[in-house]
Each structure stands twice: as structure tokens, then as C-alpha cells.
Design a protein around this ligand. Structure first.
Ligand SMILES: *[C@@H]1O[C@H](CO)[C@@H](O)[C@H](O)[C@H]1NC(C)=O
Ligand SMILES: *[C@@H]1O[C@H](CO)[C@@H](O)[C@H](O)[C@H]1NC(C)=O
Ligand SMILES: *[C@@H]1O[C@H](CO)[C@@H](O)[C@H](O)[C@H]1NC(C)=O
Length: 440
């Protein structure tokens, strides 16, 4: 080992899970605790800028993939590391001159040569070794929309879409799955993994055994290029022009169904599929408090989360109205969005030894008169879940002006919401079969 350089890697929470299958899944953070590169003449250093590329490093018989950090990369003489940017890799010298043609390369093998000059094999030769190079990606999002061959739960009649990325020779990254009704351009539910340590998830391409139970079978074009969708801008304009005392008394926004801030940044191109009409008070209070509690909890427990909406919010009936309740809606020329009556999140623990499985439901309407849980279940379970009970959410969730929120068992909710990801079908079929058998 060279004496002029000391690198200590601490692999926090490194898991190469379920090695029985050839799956290779890593939840992984790398901390370079100490790095002394005393002189440029004994090793190579590389700056890394945002958007950070992925680094693929071979450690013995394993390739480990991790997100580069602002600390940069240090290589010993003779060492190499592979870099990957789905959106296109950039190498820049200290004067800001790009060393690679725009977006021509996604990967490069960076190596530290015998002179301790860093280069990219076959792509860029570093003739001025002392130069400080920077690497970064062209854009932070390199994901595409895919249709999954494997259908999401209870989504047989709709499309199972995935926002993800295929990394050549390495595997796939899946950020979010969606059950989407393409006939009505309506989201049935979205599905993601909530876990603070999930910076990177890599699994071999044709292996289905991953946390999001979908695959990247076929790339799908962006629907927005062919069809009209309500934009946040036109929603805002129409909302602000609307003349209705009840509607104007409360604010509604057109925003992502997924309000997890870490995830949100990654869906820009598909926002139009994921937006819903939120009552602002709910989104900014009880739903936020719920997500804050969940974030804290996901430091130790991993959840599969499904989020969706249900029902139609209506304005209060007035003397003049003709019996038909008026929907809470915003209309532009040719497009209309309506506010759902409920927003729900179904959480299922994926951590061994933890079998939490429940649904959080929130009233997305300021006009509900005495909001409670009875439309969905016999008893409200939120207080049985200690981490929810002890949170700010637990203390404030029943306050109607913050959006009354409650918890139910998934089986009960599935009887009400016919597109709920847990199909009641399986249970009913076996009960029916048993009944048929006994009646014979
Ligand atoms: C590691 O990656 C290299 C290419 O970068 C590949 O040739 C090799 O097969 C990979 N090893 C494993 C164990 O996947
Ligand atoms: C729409 O309005 C909301 C709330 O007033 C605001 O946060 C959002 O940035 C607006 N969106 C656009 C595109 O103007
Ligand atoms: C909400 O309205 C839509 C469209 O009118 C209707 O198809 C749906 O059944 C309604 N949902 C509920 C729960 O009443």
C-alpha cells in the first residue's frame, strides 16, 4: 500500500441482499473519512460537480455502484473507476473547457496512469497532467417512462408504468411505479419505496425480485407531447378567476400526489400524470405532518408506499341549488380537474420482523361537515401505531381545519376503493370456493 495516501471507507448500511438470487441490491452510503493526497505526483484527483454521476467500482468480485459526492474522487496510480451519467457525461478542465462532445458519452473508465495523470480510457487523454478536471452529468434526470410487463396489484385493466433508468451492464433504477388509466388519463395510484438509506437501488435487469415489483419492459413516449393536460399555470389562472364564495373561501392547488420532497424533484417530466387537486390546508398541515413522521420512521424501517385519491369533493348545498351537489372543480377551455374527497397512503413494511400494514386517509375537503373514518372502516387505528401516535401528526390529525386524517386496515379500504392495490378478489374467490364446496 502506498504510504502517501490514506483512505478509509466506511460502508454504512451496506447490504447485498438475498444473494440466493443473482440480484444485487445495494443501499449504500460511502463516507471518505480521511483522504490525504499529499502531492499530485503520487495520485490522481478529480472534482465532481452536480448533477453527480454514478461511480462503479470493482471491489474484488463485486461491482459496487454509488453516487459520487462533492468530495470528489481520488485514485492511486494504476487504479480505475467507471463513471456513468444517463443524461450524458461531461469532463471539464479548470478553465471551464469541455473535454467531451455534448452528451456523446454515458460512461467512461477513469484511470490514474503511471505519471499520475487522470484520463478517460479511449475518450480523453490527459496531456497536461497537473490540470484539475471536473466531471458532472448533463442533467439530474435521466429517467424514462416504461411500461412494466409485470402488472401492479389490482391494476389489470390499466397501465403499469414505471419511471426508471436502465444502466448498461449494470441493472436498473426504479424511482416510482404508477397504475394509470390511459382511457381517462387518470392516475389510480402511485407506488414508491420510502427509506432514507435508499440513495441507490441497483438490481440486475431481468430479475423481478426487487422492492418495487415492476420491470422496465418497454419505453413509453411522453403523453404530454400528444395530448393536452391541465398545467399548474392554467389551473392557477382559472382558480383565481373563479367566482364562488364557497370555493374562494378555501385555497386549492394543483400539485403532485407524492409530496415527499426528496422524490419530487425527480418526476418533472411526468408531473402531468401525478398532479392532483389538493386542499391546501391538508397538504401543508396534516399530510405534511404525516410525511414528516414517516420520514423520521424510515431512518430505520423500509416501507412500500402506495398513494392515491378517492371520491369527489362537493361544495355545500345552497337553497338555490337543484339537488345535485356541485363538484369542487377548476375548468379551463376543454379541460377540467376535480378535487378528490380523500387522499390515501397505504404503507406496507418491507423490513424483516416488522409487519406494519395500514392505510392513512385524509379528508381533502374543507366542506366535510363532521369528518370521520366510518366510510372506510369500523375503527380508526392511527393511535395503535406508536410512531404515528407520538408524532405531531398524531396530536393534530383530527383537527378538521388541518385536514381530518385517520387510519384503517387495508382489507377494509379495499372493499370501498375498487382500484386499491390490495385486491379483495383473492380473498373473495377463496371464500366463494369454500362456500361452493360446503353447499354441494
Ligand atoms: C463488473 O463490471 C465490469 C465492467 O465494468 C464487468 O466486466 C464485470 O463483469 C462486472 N463484474 C461483475 C461481478 O458483475
Ligand atoms: C400556482 O399557485 C401556487 C399557490 O399559489 C404556487 O405555489 C405555484 O407556484 C403556482 N404555480 C405556477 C406554475 O404559477
Ligand atoms: C366521482 O365522480 C366520477 C365522475 O363523475 C364518478 O365516475 C365516480 O363514481 C365518483 N366517485 C364516487 C366515489 O362517487
Amino acid at each position: 500500500m502506498s504510504s502517501n495516501r490514506l483512505i478509509i471507507f466506511s460502508f454504512a448500511n451496506f447490504r447485498a441482499a438475498r444473494s440466493v438470487s443473482n440480484m444485487f441490491k445495494i443501499n449504500f452510503q460511502i463516507f471518505v473519512l480521511s483522504c490525504l493526497c499529499l502531492s499530485f505526483s503520487y495520485c490522481c484527483r478529480l472534482r465532481v460537480r452536480r448533477p453527480y454521476p454514478l461511480l462503479i467500482k470493482n471491489f474484488g468480485s463485486k461491482n459496487i455502484t454509488f453516487r459520487a459526492s462533492g468530495k470528489g474522487v481520488t485514485l492511486n496510480k494504476g487504479e480505475s473507476v467507471e463513471v456513468y451519467c444517463g443524461s450524458g457525461l461531461n469532463i471539464e478542465n479548470s478553465n471551464g473547457y469541455k473535454q467531451l462532445p455534448n452528451n456523446q458519452y454515458q460512461t467512461a473508465l477513469l484511470f490514474c496512469d503511471e505519471n499520475n495523470y487522470i484520463g478517460a480510457r479511449g475518450i480523453y487523454e490527459n496531456r497536461h497532467g497537473s490540470e484539475v478536471l471536473s466531471i458532472y452529468c448533463s442533467s439530474s434526470s435521466s429517467e424514462s417512462l416504461y411500461e412494466s410487463k409485470r402488472k401492479l396489484g389490482n391494476c389489470e385493466g390499466s397501465m403499469s408504468y414505471v419511471i426508471g433508468e436502465k444502466i448498461p451492464f449494470l441493472g436498473t433504477i426504479k424511482k416510482l411505479a404508477m397504475c394509470y388509466d390511459i382511457d381517462n388519463f387518470a392516475l389510480k395510484y402511485a407506488n414508491y419505496i420510502a427509506y432514507q438509506k435508499n440513495d441507490i437501488l441497483i438490481s440486475y435487469e431481468d430479475n423481478f425480485d426487487n422492492d418495487l415489483e415492476v420491470d422496465l419492459e418497454q419505453k413509453v413516449d411522453n403523453l404530454e407531447n400528444y395530448f393536452d393536460f391541465m398545467s399548474q399555470d392554467s389551473f392557477n389562472n382559472s382558480r383565481d378567476r373563479q367566482q364562488n364564495v364557497f370555493f374562494n373561501a378555501f385555497k386549492f392547488d394543483y400539485d403532485l400526489i407524492i409530496q415527499d420532497e426528496q422524490l419530487n424533484k425527480k418526476f418533472d417530466s411526468w408531473n402531468y400524470m401525478l398532479n392532483t387537486m389538493w386542499w391546501r390546508k391538508l397538504r401543508q398541515n396534516n399530510w405534511r405532518f404525516f410525511l414528516d413522521a414517516l420520514k423520521e420512521r424510515t431512518n430505520s424501517v423500509k416501507y412500500r408506499v402506495y398513494v392515491g385519491t378517492y371520491g369527489n369533493a362537493t361544495l355545500p348545498a345552497t337553497e338555490s341549488s337543484n339537488g345535485q351537489p356541485e363538484a369542487v372543480a377548476v375548468q379551463t377551455d376543454g379541460l377540467a380537474v376535480t378535487a378528490p374527497l380523500y387522499i390515501w397512503a397505504y404503507l406496507k413494511s418491507l423490513s424483516p420482523g416488522n409487519d406494519e400494514d395500514f392505510v392513512v386517509l385524509a379528508h381533502n375537503s374543507p366542506y366535510s361537515q363532521s369528518p370521520d373514518h366510518t366510510e372506510f372502516c369500523a375503527s380508526d387505528l392511527c393511535d395503535d401505531i406508536q410512531w404515528l401516535k407520538d408524532s405531531r401528526f398524531g396530536r393534530l390529525r383530527r383537527i378538521p381545519t388541518f385536514g381530518y386524517t385517520f387510519c384503517c386496515r387495508a382489507e377494509e379500504v379495499a372493499k370501498v376503493i375498487d382500484y386499491f392495490p390490495v385486491a379483495t378478489l383473492a380473498i373473495e374467490t377463496s371464500t366463494a370456493a369454500a362456500a361452493a364446496a360446503t353447499s354441494q
